[in-house]
Design a binder for this molecule. Sequence first.
Ligand SMILES: NC(=O)c1ccc[n+]([C@@H]2O[C@H](COP(=O)([O-])OP(=O)(O)OC[C@H]3O[C@@H](n4cnc5c(N)ncnc54)[C@H](OP(=O)(O)O)[C@@H]3O)[C@@H](O)[C@H]2O)c1
Length: 281
Amino acid sequence: MSDKIAVITGSSSGIGLLTAVELAKAGYRVVATMRDVGRRGRLDDAAAATGAAANIDVRRLDVTDFGTIPAIVDAVVREYGRIDVLVNNAGFAVAGFAEDMKLEEIRMQFETNFFGQVAMTQAVLPVMRRQQSGHIIMVSSIAGLHGTVSISSYSASKHALEGWTESLRLEVNGLGIRVALVEPGSFQTDIWTRGAVMGEKATKATSPNFQRSLRMRERVQSVPKGDPIGVAKLIAAIAQNPNPKPRYVVGRDAKIQLALKRVLPWKWHEKLVANFLKLDG
Ligand SMILES: NC(=O)c1ccc[n+]([C@@H]2O[C@H](COP(=O)([O-])OP(=O)(O)OC[C@H]3O[C@@H](n4cnc5c(N)ncnc54)[C@H](OP(=O)(O)O)[C@@H]3O)[C@@H](O)[C@H]2O)c1
């Protein structure tokens, strides 16, 4: 086993869980954090099945519990001496048309998807600065590059993350710290079920967007979703790449969406999206 240490947020399911296992298989000592360690069962089973369980250390960390983050990072450094990789993965999606979203729901979305990743990064940066090395991998989304109907708050939180991360990369490149964004399309994880929180007003029949919202939900649910193991393997590869690119778009749907946005005249692009999602009316 190498003496490389990786810290991951949101490791209880989906991309975070699979990334913990991939990095453990690659020989990293993985500090797999989750906000409720009572939910560690799926990670334990997956790790045991691959023989990587001994490399995984599960710890409690809620990325919105900002005051606790420095002490958790300090404890990792005290115990393991260093942090080579930080995977900022924890996230969820608030859904509902923009008109229906309450400000506090939008703030809640930013607390996890943006400020949580910022707080984790700020806690780890002094460690990597001392080491003059380290990889920080931000799990963003294609929604961070592309406005997305009925998840405007999610899309905004990921756009914010994209801008912050691009700036950070410029600032720390010369310090030996590598920063990269991962932008997945649709992958089959709990984010489509447990991790999708409907805005309160959006669920009400009194919402002027209620019918459009129902049609849209049906359409989105029917979109084929990829196997998230591909995203986890990509993150593990970026962690081991001495010179990662600034961003990695992953998933066929994400690549197509981005290409259409870049190539089509904007009017055509909007028409295509509106027809696909049955938005008019
Ligand atoms: N799946 C996709 O299609 C897709 C596409 C683009 C981007 N992404 C991004 O991928 C990342 C992982 O999502 P996923 O698809 O793997 O969904 P997931 O299976 O729902 O996993 C999300 C993870 O984040 C954790 N989490 C949520 N709030 C947290 C908090 N405050 N503190 C710590 N952990 C928290 C969840 O913990 P609990 O188990 O406690 O809820 C869970 O472990 C997210 O950033 C998401 O935006 C996913």
